[in-house]
Design a protein around this ligand. Structure first.
Ligand code: LLP
Length: 412
């Protein structure tokens, strides 16, 4: 979304026009932005055998998946339905990675049967995998190399608490023992470094630690660095420069490949990087209110549509698309859910009136995919702007949708 001639536009289409055509609340995605991010990623990693697996948990609309397929990407999935959606739009099973965490082994069996690439992140399922498949099905190992330890911030601390993921590097010996016991074919090493890694240096140091471990495995085809690459959301926090990261990682990766004796593939699983800034949640200000010294802007949306501000305290830039250059005031921007439901507190916006079109930016990743029907409100519609045209890619929920799976019984 860009401000051109005093109007916010997506590929030349004024967002006001989108509101007229599709109503609000509305998620709008810009296919051109997604394509641009893919180009940038490839530009960064130009000398290695790069494979991008879109982490579709970020935004699962099948048209977005189709776009990724068309752009030559693979897919990273965390559940069987995600895997099935990938197959549905035409991804080859071997282009889809299945990276669940705490799942029953039967899910992994089903993913094997569907032909996906399997990524295992705990010793229990690795043992079961060995018992069932031996070396007949290759498997990737998700490790937790604790690389964030090299940065020192509160966020990193938070990241450490998330270490339910992956097999700790302290347990590589156990992985080796299972490899030997079951003659496992370990063809990949995976780490997901999470968004807290913001400088190429930290990333590169972590990567080197991973390469050292990788040297202990003889049959690798790829190293997978997961996702977690941030995008600039306008909050002033630094983001990693992917082109710079690519240039630096290319060098150390090539060195590693030489040591390893073979040119391996380099995988990434970006979600947010590809779709985060491609998405905007268009809403309407339905209420202006002064209460307790605050000026409230009430939107026809809420954390049921975009939970990130309430759930993670995430910053999302908000603009008044109906008054993009007027004088500014400080507002608390709230939703209509029956509890504290802030999109932003003490945020400066161009003066807001009831009826104004309010756009919440950077909403492409983990926006719709984490939306719910809490308060029995409908989830928004979704529109993809592609080749200069706005196309509806998901209808707004209806009353029937809310009732669909409910089973009405006789109570006496
Ligand atoms: N690969 C793995 C193994 C992951 O766990 C994730 C995200 C990704 C790739 C993609 O990460 P990305 O590039 O999108 O950062 N709901 C949160 C984000 C949770 C991410 C979970 N894993 C949010 O709204 O910020």
């Amino acid at each position: 979304m860009e401000l051109i001639d005093n109007k916010y536009k997506i590929q030349g289409i004024p967002v006001e026009q989108l509101r007229e055509q599709f109503g609000t609340p509305l998620y709008v995605y810009d296919a051109e932005h997604i394509r641009g991010q893919i180009r940038k990623f490839r530009e960064g990693f130009s000398t290695v055998d790069l494979h991008i697996k879109y982490a579709c948990k970020a935004l699962t609309n099948i048209n977005i998946l189709k776009l990724m397929l068309r752009e030559g990407l693979g897919l990273d999935t965390v559940s069987l339905p995600e895997l099935r959606m990938g197959l549905h739009v035409g991804f080859k099973p071997q282009e889809i990675v299945f990276t669940p965490n705490a799942v029953d082994f039967s899910e992994i069996e089903e993913a094997v049967a569907l032909g996906a690439k399997i990524n295992i992140e705990n010793l229990s399922n690795l043992e079961r995998f060995g018992q069932k498949y031996g070396g007949s099905v290759p498997v990737c190992i998700r490790l937790n190399p604790h690389i964030a330890a090299q940065a020192n911030s509160e966020k990193v601390d938070w990241w450490h608490k998330q270490s339910k993921f992956g097999i700790s590097i302290d347990q590589v010996g156990d992985v080796k023992a299972l490899e030997e016991k079951y003659n496992l074919h370990i063809d990949g090493i995976h780490i997901h470094s999470s968004s807290v890694i913001m400088s190429p240096e930290i990333f590169i140091n972590g990567a080197k630690a991973v390469f050292d471990i990788a040297l202990q495995f003889q049959n690798l085809d790829f190293i997978d660095f997961g996702g977690g690459i941030k995008v600039d959301v306008g909050d002033g926090n630094p983001v990693i420069d992917v082109v710079e990261l690519g240039k630096q990682l290319d060098v150390v990766f090539s060195d590693f490949c030489q040591k390893y004796g073979r040119r391996l593939q380099l995988w990434f699983e970006p979600g947010r990087y590809l779709v985060g800034n491609a998405g905007t949640l268009l809403t309407t200000c339905v209420l202006r209110k002064r209460n307790g010294g605050s000026e409230f802007v009430g939107l026809n949306s809420g954390f049921n549509h975009l939970i990130r501000p309430m759930f993670y305290n995430a910053y999302h830039e908000i603009v008044n698309a109906s008054n993009p250059t007027g004088s500014t005031e400080t507002y608390t921007v709230v939703g209509n859910i029956c509890e504290i439901d802030n999109f932003a507190v003490d945020r400066e916006l161009h003066q807001v009136r009831e009826g104004d079109l309010i756009a919440i930016r950077s909403a492409g990743a983990y926006g719709y995919s984490m939306a719910s029907t809490y308060n029995s409100r409908y989830r928004p519609a979704e529109v993809l702007v592609i080749n200069g045209e706005a196309k509806l890619i998901r209808q707004r929920d209806t009353y029937e949708d809310l009732l669909r799976n409910q089973v009405e019984i006789e109570l006496d």
